[in-house]
Design a protein around this ligand. Structure first.
Ligand code: ADE
Length: 271
Protein backbone atom coordinates (compact mmCIF):
# COMPACT_ATOMS: atom_id res chain seq x y z
CA UNK A 1 0.00 0.00 0.00
CA UNK A 2 0.92 3.65 -0.37
CA UNK A 3 3.36 5.09 2.22
CA UNK A 4 1.26 7.01 4.72
CA UNK A 5 1.99 9.77 7.23
CA UNK A 6 -0.60 11.55 9.37
CA UNK A 7 0.14 14.88 11.04
CA UNK A 8 -1.77 16.03 14.12
CA UNK A 9 -1.63 19.73 15.00
CA UNK A 10 -3.75 22.55 16.39
CA UNK A 11 -2.80 24.54 13.26
CA UNK A 12 -3.66 22.40 10.22
CA UNK A 13 -3.15 25.47 7.99
CA UNK A 14 0.51 25.50 8.99
CA UNK A 15 0.91 22.33 6.92
CA UNK A 16 -0.54 23.93 3.75
CA UNK A 17 2.88 23.77 1.99
CA UNK A 18 2.38 19.99 1.74
CA UNK A 19 0.15 20.80 -1.24
CA UNK A 20 3.05 22.41 -3.12
CA UNK A 21 6.00 21.47 -5.23
CA UNK A 22 7.56 18.02 -5.02
CA UNK A 23 5.48 16.85 -2.04
CA UNK A 24 2.28 18.16 -3.60
CA UNK A 25 3.05 16.30 -6.81
CA UNK A 26 3.94 13.10 -4.94
CA UNK A 27 0.57 13.30 -3.18
CA UNK A 28 -1.53 13.97 -6.28
CA UNK A 29 0.22 11.20 -8.19
CA UNK A 30 -0.50 8.73 -5.39
CA UNK A 31 3.10 8.12 -4.30
CA UNK A 32 2.41 9.14 -0.72
CA UNK A 33 -0.69 9.49 1.43
CA UNK A 34 -0.32 12.52 3.74
CA UNK A 35 -3.18 13.56 5.99
CA UNK A 36 -3.42 16.48 8.39
CA UNK A 37 -5.72 16.37 11.42
CA UNK A 38 -6.84 18.98 13.92
CA UNK A 39 -5.98 17.98 17.49
CA UNK A 40 -9.01 19.93 18.72
CA UNK A 41 -11.34 17.34 17.19
CA UNK A 42 -10.29 15.19 20.12
CA UNK A 43 -10.91 17.78 22.84
CA UNK A 44 -14.24 16.95 24.41
CA UNK A 45 -15.26 20.18 26.15
CA UNK A 46 -17.17 23.09 24.71
CA UNK A 47 -14.05 25.23 24.41
CA UNK A 48 -12.11 22.39 22.74
CA UNK A 49 -9.33 22.73 25.33
CA UNK A 50 -6.06 20.98 24.52
CA UNK A 51 -3.80 22.47 27.22
CA UNK A 52 -3.64 23.47 30.85
CA UNK A 53 -1.23 25.13 33.29
CA UNK A 54 1.79 23.13 34.48
CA UNK A 55 1.69 21.29 37.81
CA UNK A 56 4.40 22.76 40.02
CA UNK A 57 3.86 26.19 38.54
CA UNK A 58 5.78 28.16 35.97
CA UNK A 59 5.13 29.98 32.77
CA UNK A 60 3.21 28.74 29.76
CA UNK A 61 0.82 25.91 29.12
CA UNK A 62 1.24 22.15 28.75
CA UNK A 63 -0.69 19.99 26.31
CA UNK A 64 -2.97 17.37 27.89
CA UNK A 65 -1.97 13.71 27.45
CA UNK A 66 -5.57 12.44 27.25
CA UNK A 67 -6.42 14.63 24.25
CA UNK A 68 -3.22 13.56 22.51
CA UNK A 69 -3.79 9.88 23.24
CA UNK A 70 -7.29 10.03 21.71
CA UNK A 71 -5.92 11.83 18.63
CA UNK A 72 -3.20 9.24 18.07
CA UNK A 73 -5.55 6.37 18.79
CA UNK A 74 -7.98 7.73 16.19
CA UNK A 75 -5.19 8.04 13.64
CA UNK A 76 -3.92 4.54 14.42
CA UNK A 77 -7.35 3.08 13.81
CA UNK A 78 -8.03 4.96 10.57
CA UNK A 79 -8.54 2.53 7.74
CA UNK A 80 -7.18 3.07 4.28
CA UNK A 81 -9.59 5.28 2.38
CA UNK A 82 -11.08 4.87 -1.05
CA UNK A 83 -10.46 1.79 -3.14
CA UNK A 84 -8.72 -0.11 -0.37
CA UNK A 85 -11.57 0.34 2.09
CA UNK A 86 -15.16 -0.70 1.41
CA UNK A 87 -15.24 1.81 -1.41
CA UNK A 88 -17.08 4.67 0.26
CA UNK A 89 -13.87 6.53 1.11
CA UNK A 90 -14.89 6.73 4.75
CA UNK A 91 -12.77 5.43 7.60
CA UNK A 92 -14.23 2.16 8.79
CA UNK A 93 -12.20 1.90 12.00
CA UNK A 94 -9.89 -0.92 12.99
CA UNK A 95 -6.24 -1.06 12.15
CA UNK A 96 -5.05 -1.35 8.56
CA UNK A 97 -2.39 -3.79 9.70
CA UNK A 98 0.50 -1.36 9.79
CA UNK A 99 2.06 -0.50 13.14
CA UNK A 100 2.52 3.18 13.93
CA UNK A 101 5.82 5.00 14.23
CA UNK A 102 4.99 8.06 16.33
CA UNK A 103 7.27 11.02 15.65
CA UNK A 104 7.36 13.82 18.19
CA UNK A 105 9.21 17.04 17.30
CA UNK A 106 10.85 18.54 20.38
CA UNK A 107 14.10 20.41 21.04
CA UNK A 108 14.99 17.66 23.51
CA UNK A 109 14.73 14.91 20.89
CA UNK A 110 17.53 13.25 18.95
CA UNK A 111 18.93 15.43 16.18
CA UNK A 112 17.30 14.75 12.81
CA UNK A 113 19.82 13.28 10.35
CA UNK A 114 19.83 12.09 6.76
CA UNK A 115 20.36 8.56 8.07
CA UNK A 116 17.16 8.80 10.10
CA UNK A 117 15.21 10.25 7.15
CA UNK A 118 16.51 7.39 4.97
CA UNK A 119 15.58 4.76 7.55
CA UNK A 120 12.06 6.15 7.79
CA UNK A 121 11.71 6.40 4.00
CA UNK A 122 12.85 2.77 3.67
CA UNK A 123 10.30 1.60 6.22
CA UNK A 124 7.42 3.66 4.84
CA UNK A 125 8.35 2.79 1.27
CA UNK A 126 8.31 -0.92 2.02
CA UNK A 127 4.58 -0.34 2.31
CA UNK A 128 2.99 -2.83 4.61
CA UNK A 129 4.80 -2.82 7.92
CA UNK A 130 4.59 0.71 9.32
CA UNK A 131 3.06 4.09 8.81
CA UNK A 132 3.90 7.26 10.72
CA UNK A 133 2.11 9.94 12.68
CA UNK A 134 3.75 13.25 13.58
CA UNK A 135 2.46 14.72 16.83
CA UNK A 136 3.07 18.48 16.72
CA UNK A 137 3.19 20.01 20.18
CA UNK A 138 2.85 23.71 20.94
CA UNK A 139 3.32 25.79 24.09
CA UNK A 140 5.77 24.34 26.62
CA UNK A 141 5.28 20.83 25.27
CA UNK A 142 3.16 17.74 25.80
CA UNK A 143 2.60 16.16 29.24
CA UNK A 144 5.59 13.86 29.83
CA UNK A 145 3.37 10.82 30.45
CA UNK A 146 2.24 10.65 26.82
CA UNK A 147 5.40 9.16 25.28
CA UNK A 148 5.80 6.28 27.80
CA UNK A 149 2.07 5.54 27.53
CA UNK A 150 2.29 5.37 23.73
CA UNK A 151 5.31 3.06 23.98
CA UNK A 152 3.16 0.53 25.84
CA UNK A 153 0.52 0.39 23.12
CA UNK A 154 0.53 -2.72 20.96
CA UNK A 155 -0.46 -0.70 17.87
CA UNK A 156 2.61 1.55 18.29
CA UNK A 157 5.85 0.23 16.81
CA UNK A 158 8.00 2.93 18.40
CA UNK A 159 8.05 6.56 19.44
CA UNK A 160 10.85 8.83 18.23
CA UNK A 161 11.35 12.29 19.68
CA UNK A 162 13.40 14.30 17.20
CA UNK A 163 14.88 17.80 17.06
CA UNK A 164 15.69 20.05 14.10
CA UNK A 165 18.61 21.50 16.03
CA UNK A 166 19.59 23.47 19.08
CA UNK A 167 17.10 26.28 18.76
CA UNK A 168 13.54 26.70 19.93
CA UNK A 169 10.54 26.86 17.61
CA UNK A 170 7.06 27.77 18.79
CA UNK A 171 5.80 24.34 17.88
CA UNK A 172 6.50 21.17 15.98
CA UNK A 173 4.82 22.12 12.70
CA UNK A 174 7.92 23.46 10.94
CA UNK A 175 9.85 20.42 12.18
CA UNK A 176 7.12 18.17 10.74
CA UNK A 177 7.42 19.96 7.39
CA UNK A 178 11.20 19.60 7.43
CA UNK A 179 11.03 15.91 8.28
CA UNK A 180 8.40 15.24 5.60
CA UNK A 181 10.38 17.10 2.97
CA UNK A 182 13.48 15.06 3.85
CA UNK A 183 11.57 11.75 3.83
CA UNK A 184 9.10 12.12 0.95
CA UNK A 185 11.83 12.88 -1.62
CA UNK A 186 13.46 9.56 -0.69
CA UNK A 187 10.31 7.49 -1.27
CA UNK A 188 10.25 5.22 -4.34
CA UNK A 189 9.29 7.07 -7.52
CA UNK A 190 9.26 10.58 -6.06
CA UNK A 191 12.51 11.97 -7.50
CA UNK A 192 12.97 11.92 -11.25
CA UNK A 193 16.73 11.45 -10.94
CA UNK A 194 17.69 9.09 -8.10
CA UNK A 195 21.38 9.88 -8.73
CA UNK A 196 20.91 13.31 -7.22
CA UNK A 197 19.89 11.57 -4.00
CA UNK A 198 22.96 9.34 -3.96
CA UNK A 199 25.40 12.15 -4.73
CA UNK A 200 24.27 14.76 -2.31
CA UNK A 201 25.65 15.68 1.09
CA UNK A 202 25.19 13.24 3.94
CA UNK A 203 23.61 10.50 1.85
CA UNK A 204 26.39 7.90 1.88
CA UNK A 205 29.04 9.67 3.90
CA UNK A 206 29.23 12.82 5.92
CA UNK A 207 30.95 15.28 3.62
CA UNK A 208 29.55 18.54 2.29
CA UNK A 209 28.54 19.07 -1.31
CA UNK A 210 30.94 20.58 -3.82
CA UNK A 211 30.05 24.01 -5.31
CA UNK A 212 28.06 24.03 -8.56
CA UNK A 213 28.06 26.45 -11.53
CA UNK A 214 26.01 27.10 -14.67
CA UNK A 215 25.91 29.64 -17.51
CA UNK A 216 27.15 32.27 -18.09
CA UNK A 217 30.72 30.91 -17.94
CA UNK A 218 31.91 34.44 -17.16
CA UNK A 219 29.65 36.55 -14.96
CA UNK A 220 30.55 39.96 -13.47
CA UNK A 221 34.23 39.19 -14.06
CA UNK A 222 33.91 35.87 -12.24
CA UNK A 223 35.02 32.73 -14.09
CA UNK A 224 33.73 29.22 -13.63
CA UNK A 225 36.61 26.93 -12.52
CA UNK A 226 38.23 25.93 -15.86
CA UNK A 227 38.35 22.20 -15.02
CA UNK A 228 34.54 22.13 -15.24
CA UNK A 229 34.77 23.28 -18.88
CA UNK A 230 37.57 20.82 -19.73
CA UNK A 231 35.40 17.85 -20.67
CA UNK A 232 37.73 15.62 -18.60
CA UNK A 233 35.27 13.66 -16.46
CA UNK A 234 37.99 12.14 -14.29
CA UNK A 235 39.50 15.54 -13.56
CA UNK A 236 36.06 16.96 -12.79
CA UNK A 237 35.33 14.12 -10.35
CA UNK A 238 38.68 14.61 -8.57
CA UNK A 239 38.17 18.38 -8.36
CA UNK A 240 34.71 17.93 -6.90
CA UNK A 241 35.96 15.42 -4.34
CA UNK A 242 38.72 17.83 -3.32
CA UNK A 243 36.21 20.68 -2.99
CA UNK A 244 33.90 18.53 -0.87
CA UNK A 245 36.68 17.56 1.49
CA UNK A 246 38.19 21.05 1.73
CA UNK A 247 34.79 22.54 2.46
CA UNK A 248 34.15 19.91 5.08
CA UNK A 249 37.49 20.54 6.78
CA UNK A 250 36.86 24.30 6.76
CA UNK A 251 33.18 24.41 7.65
CA UNK A 252 32.27 21.21 9.48
CA UNK A 253 35.47 19.53 10.70
CA UNK A 254 33.48 17.49 13.23
CA UNK A 255 31.86 15.61 10.33
CA UNK A 256 35.18 14.08 9.31
CA UNK A 257 35.32 12.12 12.55
CA UNK A 258 32.40 10.14 11.15
CA UNK A 259 34.21 9.17 7.95
CA UNK A 260 35.29 5.54 7.91
CA UNK A 261 38.53 6.30 6.13
CA UNK A 262 39.91 8.47 3.39
CA UNK A 263 41.41 6.92 0.29
CA UNK A 264 44.79 7.89 -1.17
CA UNK A 265 43.29 10.46 -3.54
CA UNK A 266 41.47 12.06 -0.65
CA UNK A 267 44.60 12.24 1.48
CA UNK A 268 46.58 13.78 -1.39
CA UNK A 269 43.77 16.28 -1.72
CA UNK A 270 43.89 17.31 1.92
CA UNK A 271 47.67 17.60 2.07
N1 ADE B 1 9.74 22.17 18.63
C1 ADE B 1 10.22 23.30 19.17
N2 ADE B 1 11.50 23.46 18.88
C2 ADE B 1 11.86 22.40 18.10
C3 ADE B 1 13.06 21.98 17.48
N3 ADE B 1 14.20 22.67 17.58
N4 ADE B 1 13.05 20.82 16.79
C4 ADE B 1 11.94 20.11 16.71
N5 ADE B 1 10.77 20.45 17.27
C5 ADE B 1 10.72 21.59 17.97
Amino acid sequence: SVPRVDVVTIFPDYLAPLDLSLIGKARTSGLVDLRVHDLREHAHDRHRTVDDSPFGGGAGMVMRPDVWERAIEATASHRRSGAEGDGDGVDEGGTDGRALVVLVPTPSGRPLTQAFAQELADELGAGDRVRAVVACGRYEGIDARLVPALRERSDVDRVVEFSLGDFVLNGGEVAALALLEAVVRLLPGVLGNPESVVEESFSHEAVLEYPVFTRPARWEDREVPPVLLSGDHGAVARWRRAQSLTRTVQRRPELLARLDGLDAVDLATLA
